[in-house]
Design a binder for this molecule. Structure first.
Ligand code: PHE
Length: 338
């Protein structure tokens, strides 16, 4: 009798279970009501009293062995079913939704690329700036209204710090850290204490451009702006209107000639045919001096533009607040930009 137990034991040990069907077979063969091990339990009754102890113990060991083997096989089959190819291949997959590039990032990247092609590098600076980089070094007189609480978010604990109101602060940092020639483009987020409406927001984005070298003139500025108008808007004609910025002299607003061919052109240009795109000018000698560059040797130009306004124009977005609302229905419309 003990021989039969040992035989079955080696059979059970040698069995390899690789599928649910085989697991069932195994159960039927050894553990079911008619299974070999169950049969042995029935035979237990006929074993002589002195053999009962040894036989019973061996039988119990065999039964546990078979049960454990069956259970372990089922568990490992369960696991492989979820990761392996044995799962239900017709089940619909979990959809992986593709994201979209945010329109602000798309426009920023496009503009940065245009300037990278002609030798500009990219520079960035902190969003919390000190008075020096945001104002003083940029030739803002003490009493200039832009320093007023109305425009600037000051850091309460330290009134020397503020959220930068423009990316021109990065100009100063670039000039302080490297000697000319400097040819850099600085995209970034800026902050102004303004009421939020469809057309204006207290948080928005700018791109600043700066070129400093020997003999840089207004002609170079106009040339680079024409290049930009052509590359970005596909428009060949620009005009420069006199303007004022403390850090540039002379200063100008740049309009791109958009045309007046259809109703949208009228809407975009408010009926003028011209689209205002940026501010610019020759870097004021005071600014060069403040940043450690000799204005008798070097000259330069700077320009700065708002990304939101350009994006609103490009995609015909009616409300600036849409950029920050994170409404999927809005963002999904830019999927084609991938
Ligand atoms: N910093 C200016 C603004 O925020 C834009 C500008 C940049 C103008 C560089 C001239 C030169 O409006």
């Amino acid at each position: 009798m003990l021989d039969r137990v040992e035989n079955l034991k080696s059979q059970v040990e040698a069995t390899v279970i690789t599928s649910r069907e085989e697991a069932d077979m195994f159960r039927l063969q050894y553990l079911s009501k008619k299974g070999a091990i169950t049969e042995l339990f029935k035979a237990f009754r006929d074993v002589s009293a002195e053999d009962k102890k040894a036989f019973g113990a061996a039988l119990n060991i065999l039964k546990t062995l078979a049960e454990d083997k069956h259970k372990a096989a089922l568990e490992s089959l369960d696991n492989t079913q979820t990761v392996g190819l044995s799962g239900d291949l017709t089940r619909p997959g979990t959809p992986h939704e593709l994201g979209a590039i945010h329109p602000i990032n798309a426009i920023r990247d496009e503009i940065v690329d245009i300037f990278k092609r002609i030798g500009f590098n990219i520079s960035t600076g902190p969003e919390i700036e000190d008075d020096w980089h945001n104002f003083s070094a940029l030739n803002f007189p003490e009493e200039h209204p832009a320093r007023d609480m109305q425009d600037t978010f000051f850091v309460q604990r330290n009134p020397d710090w503020a959220l930068r109101t423009h990316t021109s602060s990065v100009q100063v940092r670039a000039m302080e850290s490297i000697q000319p020639p400097i040819r850099t483009i600085s995209p970034g987020r800026v902050f102004r204490n303004e009421a939020i409406s469809a057309r204006s927001h207290c948080i928005f984005h700018q791109i600043e451009g700066l070129y400093i070298d020997k003999e840089v003139s207004f002609v170079d500025l106009k040339q680079v702006l024409m290049y930009f108008a052509q590359e970005f808007f596909g428009k060949a004609k620009i005009r420069m209107r006199p303007s004022y910025f403390p850090f540039t002299e002379p200063s100008a607003e740049v309009d791109v000639y958009w045309g007046l061919e259809n109703e949208i052109d009228y809407k975009i240009t408010k009926g003028t045919g011209w689209l205002e795109v940026m501010g610019c000018g020759m870097v004021d000698p005071n600014v060069l001096k403040a940043s450690g560059i000799d204005p008798d040797v070097y000259t330069g130009y700077a320009f700065g533009m708002g990304i939101e306004r350009i994006a609103m124009n490009r995609y015909q977005i009616p409300d600036i607040r849409l950029f920050t609302e994170n409404d999927k229905r809005f963002l999904e419309q830019f999927k084609t930009g991938l």
